[in-house]
Design a binder for this molecule. Structure first.
Ligand code: ZN
Length: 394
């Protein structure tokens, strides 16, 4: 890595971090055409061209590259496009988000954005599980392949091809966050060596990665704001929250807003992940409602009713009450959603070190998440895991 220095850095504000653009949802989703400007907490003189730093670097192959596999691992040795360079102020928000050269910069920013969130929840840096072999993660910005994958030392991004319209996953925050989720989980639990019969490691890995995507998405101020304005604070309408699965690279429709229980799913890993994802999503919504009720922004009856079997009359009544409160104090709704998001995200992250990847079962993880939650979040999570038949009622 080449360290970059100039006079702007000498002025002393280099430690404030580095600016990037991120699209919280791919730009073809209506309402998300413009990216957000975000700050990564990395000093400008620690990010080299590529971008690259001490923990990761991006490569952008000139020609079609074979996807990595068991017998094909990084580093990539082929010809590369010219590496992306920062502007004269050493920030990376200099490139036009429409340009081809923007892809590696966006992919890099997304991986760091997600990593920062989960490191905050974990309370320490994530050490890559492959760091004995590769000190840094290689991000491949573009592979001509309808998939995205993360593996031993790499995260590579292809492009979706729907009706002949190609869309690079490097612009898809959901996809990048999902793949980063796989890397975080493996780095926290270690690689499974022999998953036992009936072991759930791979199902949990899909669930966790979808949740990393969902919870990280809720860290964009603009996304929370837009979501709440569009729904007038009523998350029973869901909307954006489940869009993260829409262009899933694994071509599975894995909605967080599903109603599946363990007795209704197969052993296929994505299918088996659904009840866990649903339990966590419902817990966020329920904790959000509790926060709203505590702050006098919602009807207290919202907490006693089974939201999965809501009658139209009740729904309309709740919607109207919430919309009225939202019109007067929208900020409180943002606070409530962030509090719910963090209670659940924190519990999920805290549970990770107790997981043995070889013997992991979904009921054990669920119990660990409940134990890590504490307070009213524990009760809400437990009830939702019970409803999903992941754990039994005590
Ligand atoms: Zn996955």
């Amino acid at each position: 890595m080449r360290l970059l220095r100039d006079e702007a850095l000498a002025s002393g504000d280099a430690h404030l971090g580095t600016r990037f653009w991120i699209f919280p949802q791919p730009p073809f989703i209506p309402g998300y055409e413009k990216p957000d400007r975000i700050w990564l907490p990395i000093p400008r003189d620690e990010i080299g061209e590529g971008p690259s730093d001490a923990t990761m670097y991006v490569v952008d192959p000139v020609q079609d590259k074979e996807p990595y596999g068991l017998d094909r691992l990084p580093p990539f040795h082929g010809a590369l496009r010219l590496p992306a360079a920062p502007g004269p102020d050493r920030h990376f928000d200099n490139l036009s988000p429409d340009s081809r050269a923007f892809l590696p910069v966006h992919a890099y920013a997304c991986v760091h954005f997600v990593l920062n969130i989960w490191q905050s929840y974990l309370g320490r840096p994530v050490r890559w599980f492959f760091d004995q072999t590769f000190p840094r993660l290689e991000i491949v910005a573009f592979v001509n392949w309808d998939n995205a994958q993360a593996g031993y030392g790499f995260l590579e991004l292809g492009c979706s091809d729907i009706d002949g319209i190609k869309r690079p996953y490097a612009l898809n925050f959901d996809t990048i966050a999902h793949e980063t989720g796989h890397l975080i989980l493996l780095s926290e639990t270690g690689i499974p060596t022999s998953v036992s019969r009936g072991g759930d490691f791979f199902s949990f890995s899909e669930a966790f990665s979808d949740l990393v995507s969902l919870i990280s998405f809720l860290h964009f101020e603009s996304a929370v704001d837009r979501l709440l304005r569009r729904t007038k604070g009523n998350l029973l309408l869901y909307n954006e929250l489940n869009r993260f699965a829409e262009t899933s690279p694994e071509s599975q429709i894995r909605l967080a807003t599903n109603f599946r229980r363990m007795s209704e799913v197969t052993r296929e890993v994505h299918d088996r992940a659904l009840p866990f994802v649903g339990a966590i999503f419902d817990s966020i919504v329920e904790l959000y409602h509790r926060e709203l009720v505590e702050r006098d922004c919602a009807d207290i009856r919202l907490l006693d009713i089974d939201l999965r079997h809501l009658e139209q009359d009740d729904f309309d009544r709740f919607r109207q009450a919430t919309a009225e409160a939202f019109r007067i104090k929208p900020m409180v709704f943002g606070l409530a959603l962030r509090a719910a998001r963090d209670a659940v995200g924190q519990a999920l992250a805290t549970s990770l070190p107790s997981i043995n990847p070889d013997t992991l079962r979904l009921d054990q993880v669920a119990s660990a998440v409940v134990a890590a939650a504490g307070g009213q979040a524990a009760g809400v999570l437990e009830a939702n895991f019970v409803w999903r038949e992941i754990i039994s009622a005590r």
